[in-house]
Design a protein around this ligand. Structure first.
Ligand SMILES: CCCCCCCCCC(=O)SCCNC(=O)CCNC(=O)[C@H](O)C(C)(C)COP(=O)(O)OP(=O)(O)OC[C@H]1O[C@@H](n2cnc3c(N)ncnc32)[C@H](O)[C@@H]1OP(=O)(O)O
Length: 194
Protein backbone atom coordinates (compact mmCIF):
# COMPACT_ATOMS: atom_id res chain seq x y z
CA UNK A 1 0.00 0.00 0.00
CA UNK A 2 1.51 3.32 -1.05
CA UNK A 3 0.60 6.76 0.26
CA UNK A 4 1.53 8.32 -3.11
CA UNK A 5 -1.11 10.83 -4.26
CA UNK A 6 -3.24 9.73 -7.27
CA UNK A 7 -2.06 12.81 -9.23
CA UNK A 8 1.58 11.78 -8.66
CA UNK A 9 0.82 8.22 -9.80
CA UNK A 10 -0.96 9.57 -12.91
CA UNK A 11 1.94 11.94 -13.67
CA UNK A 12 4.44 9.07 -13.40
CA UNK A 13 2.33 6.97 -15.79
CA UNK A 14 2.16 9.84 -18.31
CA UNK A 15 5.97 10.18 -18.16
CA UNK A 16 6.31 6.46 -18.96
CA UNK A 17 3.74 6.86 -21.72
CA UNK A 18 5.71 9.75 -23.22
CA UNK A 19 8.94 7.72 -23.22
CA UNK A 20 7.10 4.70 -24.63
CA UNK A 21 5.57 6.74 -27.49
CA UNK A 22 9.05 7.99 -28.42
CA UNK A 23 10.53 4.51 -28.14
CA UNK A 24 7.73 2.68 -29.99
CA UNK A 25 8.75 0.37 -32.79
CA UNK A 26 8.80 1.58 -36.40
CA UNK A 27 10.16 5.02 -35.59
CA UNK A 28 7.55 6.16 -33.13
CA UNK A 29 4.53 4.50 -34.78
CA UNK A 30 1.81 3.80 -32.20
CA UNK A 31 -1.08 1.39 -32.72
CA UNK A 32 -4.13 3.50 -33.83
CA UNK A 33 -6.49 1.80 -31.32
CA UNK A 34 -4.05 2.48 -28.51
CA UNK A 35 -3.69 6.09 -29.66
CA UNK A 36 -7.49 6.47 -29.56
CA UNK A 37 -7.60 4.96 -26.07
CA UNK A 38 -4.96 7.41 -24.83
CA UNK A 39 -6.91 10.31 -26.38
CA UNK A 40 -10.10 9.15 -24.62
CA UNK A 41 -8.29 9.14 -21.28
CA UNK A 42 -7.11 12.70 -21.96
CA UNK A 43 -10.70 13.72 -22.79
CA UNK A 44 -11.90 12.23 -19.50
CA UNK A 45 -9.37 14.15 -17.41
CA UNK A 46 -9.81 17.33 -19.46
CA UNK A 47 -13.56 17.30 -18.76
CA UNK A 48 -12.80 17.42 -15.01
CA UNK A 49 -10.10 20.11 -15.23
CA UNK A 50 -10.61 23.38 -13.36
CA UNK A 51 -9.69 26.79 -14.72
CA UNK A 52 -5.89 27.00 -14.87
CA UNK A 53 -5.69 30.47 -13.27
CA UNK A 54 -8.00 29.46 -10.40
CA UNK A 55 -5.83 26.40 -9.93
CA UNK A 56 -2.58 28.40 -9.65
CA UNK A 57 -4.09 31.05 -7.36
CA UNK A 58 -5.53 28.40 -5.02
CA UNK A 59 -9.14 29.55 -5.52
CA UNK A 60 -10.24 25.95 -5.99
CA UNK A 61 -8.24 24.53 -3.14
CA UNK A 62 -5.60 22.85 -5.28
CA UNK A 63 -2.70 25.17 -4.49
CA UNK A 64 0.15 23.05 -3.27
CA UNK A 65 3.29 25.02 -3.86
CA UNK A 66 5.63 25.77 -6.74
CA UNK A 67 7.76 22.69 -6.22
CA UNK A 68 4.76 20.30 -6.44
CA UNK A 69 3.86 21.64 -9.89
CA UNK A 70 7.34 22.57 -11.11
CA UNK A 71 8.32 21.34 -14.61
CA UNK A 72 11.61 20.23 -13.02
CA UNK A 73 10.78 18.85 -9.58
CA UNK A 74 6.98 18.55 -9.49
CA UNK A 75 5.86 15.00 -8.67
CA UNK A 76 2.44 15.78 -10.18
CA UNK A 77 3.87 17.40 -13.32
CA UNK A 78 4.33 14.81 -16.08
CA UNK A 79 6.83 17.13 -17.80
CA UNK A 80 9.16 16.93 -14.77
CA UNK A 81 11.71 14.14 -14.37
CA UNK A 82 11.06 14.84 -11.39
CA UNK A 83 14.20 15.93 -9.56
CA UNK A 84 14.29 15.62 -5.76
CA UNK A 85 16.65 18.28 -4.46
CA UNK A 86 18.35 17.88 -1.13
CA UNK A 87 19.89 20.80 0.72
CA UNK A 88 23.10 20.46 2.71
CA UNK A 89 23.86 22.48 5.85
CA UNK A 90 25.21 25.37 3.73
CA UNK A 91 22.02 25.57 1.62
CA UNK A 92 23.61 23.94 -1.45
CA UNK A 93 21.12 21.96 -3.54
CA UNK A 94 21.84 18.65 -5.25
CA UNK A 95 19.82 15.97 -6.97
CA UNK A 96 20.56 12.82 -8.97
CA UNK A 97 18.97 12.90 -12.42
CA UNK A 98 18.49 10.43 -15.24
CA UNK A 99 17.04 11.93 -18.40
CA UNK A 100 14.69 9.77 -20.53
CA UNK A 101 14.08 10.04 -24.28
CA UNK A 102 11.72 13.03 -24.16
CA UNK A 103 14.59 15.36 -23.13
CA UNK A 104 16.75 14.55 -26.16
CA UNK A 105 18.55 17.25 -28.14
CA UNK A 106 21.43 15.77 -30.14
CA UNK A 107 20.99 12.00 -30.61
CA UNK A 108 21.62 10.32 -27.27
CA UNK A 109 22.16 13.55 -25.35
CA UNK A 110 20.12 16.03 -23.30
CA UNK A 111 18.79 19.16 -25.05
CA UNK A 112 20.76 22.24 -23.98
CA UNK A 113 17.60 24.20 -23.19
CA UNK A 114 16.51 21.44 -20.82
CA UNK A 115 19.88 21.70 -19.03
CA UNK A 116 19.23 25.46 -18.67
CA UNK A 117 15.75 24.81 -17.26
CA UNK A 118 17.09 22.29 -14.75
CA UNK A 119 19.92 24.57 -13.63
CA UNK A 120 17.63 27.59 -13.25
CA UNK A 121 15.61 25.63 -10.70
CA UNK A 122 18.72 24.15 -9.02
CA UNK A 123 19.99 27.72 -8.44
CA UNK A 124 16.54 28.92 -7.32
CA UNK A 125 16.32 26.08 -4.79
CA UNK A 126 19.80 26.97 -3.46
CA UNK A 127 18.87 30.66 -3.20
CA UNK A 128 15.72 29.71 -1.31
CA UNK A 129 17.77 27.34 0.86
CA UNK A 130 19.90 30.36 1.77
CA UNK A 131 16.73 32.36 2.49
CA UNK A 132 17.34 34.56 -0.57
CA UNK A 133 14.59 33.62 -3.07
CA UNK A 134 14.36 35.66 -6.26
CA UNK A 135 13.42 35.86 -9.92
CA UNK A 136 15.91 34.87 -12.59
CA UNK A 137 17.23 37.99 -14.35
CA UNK A 138 20.18 36.53 -16.29
CA UNK A 139 21.71 33.14 -16.98
CA UNK A 140 25.01 32.37 -18.71
CA UNK A 141 25.40 28.76 -19.75
CA UNK A 142 28.61 27.00 -20.71
CA UNK A 143 28.23 23.59 -22.31
CA UNK A 144 31.55 21.81 -21.72
CA UNK A 145 30.56 18.26 -22.69
CA UNK A 146 27.30 16.59 -23.70
CA UNK A 147 25.01 15.20 -21.00
CA UNK A 148 23.99 11.61 -21.84
CA UNK A 149 20.41 10.36 -21.70
CA UNK A 150 19.57 7.25 -19.64
CA UNK A 151 22.51 7.66 -17.25
CA UNK A 152 22.59 9.05 -13.74
CA UNK A 153 24.18 12.50 -13.53
CA UNK A 154 24.30 15.01 -10.66
CA UNK A 155 22.62 18.42 -10.68
CA UNK A 156 23.87 21.04 -8.24
CA UNK A 157 22.88 24.57 -7.29
CA UNK A 158 24.90 26.92 -5.09
CA UNK A 159 24.01 30.36 -3.77
CA UNK A 160 27.18 32.45 -4.10
CA UNK A 161 26.49 35.93 -2.69
CA UNK A 162 23.93 38.68 -2.34
CA UNK A 163 24.07 42.46 -2.59
CA UNK A 164 20.82 44.27 -1.86
CA UNK A 165 18.12 42.76 -4.07
CA UNK A 166 20.66 40.98 -6.28
CA UNK A 167 21.76 37.38 -5.78
CA UNK A 168 24.33 35.38 -7.68
CA UNK A 169 24.23 31.60 -7.95
CA UNK A 170 25.92 28.82 -9.88
CA UNK A 171 24.42 25.60 -11.17
CA UNK A 172 26.24 22.59 -12.58
CA UNK A 173 25.42 19.27 -14.19
CA UNK A 174 28.15 16.73 -13.51
CA UNK A 175 28.75 13.58 -15.51
CA UNK A 176 31.04 11.02 -13.83
CA UNK A 177 32.07 13.73 -11.37
CA UNK A 178 33.13 16.17 -14.12
CA UNK A 179 31.36 19.42 -14.94
CA UNK A 180 29.42 19.08 -18.21
CA UNK A 181 27.24 22.21 -17.97
CA UNK A 182 27.97 25.28 -15.84
CA UNK A 183 25.47 28.08 -15.38
CA UNK A 184 25.99 31.45 -13.71
CA UNK A 185 22.78 33.17 -12.70
CA UNK A 186 21.74 36.60 -11.47
CA UNK A 187 18.52 36.70 -9.45
CA UNK A 188 16.55 39.71 -8.20
CA UNK A 189 14.32 39.51 -5.13
CA UNK A 190 10.75 40.55 -5.80
CA UNK A 191 7.44 40.35 -3.95
CA UNK A 192 5.11 38.11 -5.93
CA UNK A 193 1.33 38.10 -5.73
CA UNK A 194 -0.94 35.77 -7.68
C1 LIG B 1 11.78 26.75 -3.59
C2 LIG B 1 12.29 27.10 -4.92
C3 LIG B 1 11.20 27.23 -5.95
C4 LIG B 1 11.78 27.31 -7.32
C5 LIG B 1 10.80 27.87 -8.27
C6 LIG B 1 11.41 27.95 -9.62
C7 LIG B 1 11.85 29.33 -9.95
C8 LIG B 1 12.61 29.31 -11.20
C9 LIG B 1 13.12 30.69 -11.52
C10 LIG B 1 12.30 31.30 -12.60
O1 LIG B 1 11.90 30.67 -13.53
S1 LIG B 1 11.93 32.96 -12.49
C11 LIG B 1 11.06 33.27 -14.03
C12 LIG B 1 11.96 33.86 -15.08
N1 LIG B 1 12.30 35.20 -14.74
C13 LIG B 1 11.43 36.20 -14.89
O2 LIG B 1 10.30 36.03 -15.33
C14 LIG B 1 11.90 37.56 -14.50
C15 LIG B 1 11.28 38.62 -15.36
N2 LIG B 1 11.87 39.91 -15.03
C16 LIG B 1 11.39 40.62 -13.99
O3 LIG B 1 10.39 40.29 -13.34
C17 LIG B 1 12.13 41.84 -13.66
O4 LIG B 1 12.84 42.30 -14.76
C18 LIG B 1 13.11 41.64 -12.48
C19 LIG B 1 12.35 41.19 -11.22
C20 LIG B 1 14.21 40.60 -12.77
C21 LIG B 1 13.78 42.96 -12.18
O5 LIG B 1 12.81 43.98 -12.24
P1 LIG B 1 12.63 45.08 -11.11
O6 LIG B 1 11.82 46.17 -11.70
O7 LIG B 1 12.17 44.48 -9.84
O8 LIG B 1 14.16 45.52 -10.89
P2 LIG B 1 14.81 46.92 -11.18
O9 LIG B 1 14.67 47.32 -12.60
O10 LIG B 1 14.33 47.85 -10.10
O11 LIG B 1 16.34 46.54 -10.95
C22 LIG B 1 16.83 46.18 -9.68
C23 LIG B 1 18.33 46.00 -9.84
O12 LIG B 1 18.55 44.78 -10.59
C24 LIG B 1 19.26 45.07 -11.79
N3 LIG B 1 18.73 44.22 -12.86
C25 LIG B 1 17.45 43.99 -13.13
N4 LIG B 1 17.33 43.14 -14.18
C26 LIG B 1 18.58 42.86 -14.55
C27 LIG B 1 19.13 42.06 -15.58
N5 LIG B 1 18.37 41.36 -16.40
N6 LIG B 1 20.46 41.99 -15.67
C28 LIG B 1 21.27 42.67 -14.82
N7 LIG B 1 20.81 43.45 -13.83
C29 LIG B 1 19.48 43.54 -13.71
C30 LIG B 1 18.97 46.55 -12.08
O13 LIG B 1 19.99 47.11 -12.87
C31 LIG B 1 18.97 47.12 -10.67
O14 LIG B 1 20.31 47.22 -10.22
P3 LIG B 1 20.77 48.46 -9.28
O15 LIG B 1 19.96 48.30 -8.02
O16 LIG B 1 22.25 48.24 -9.09
O17 LIG B 1 20.43 49.69 -10.06
Amino acid sequence: MTDEKPADVAARAVRRLTSAILSARAHGAVDPDLAAEISELADLLDAEAVDAVDCISGKVGTHDGALERSPVSGPKNPVAIPLRFELDDDGNASAPAEFPAQYQGPAGFVHGGVSGLILDVAMAVANSGSNRPGMTAEMTLRYLRPVPLHREVTVRGRHLRADGRKMWARGTIEVDGEEAVVCDGLFISKELSL
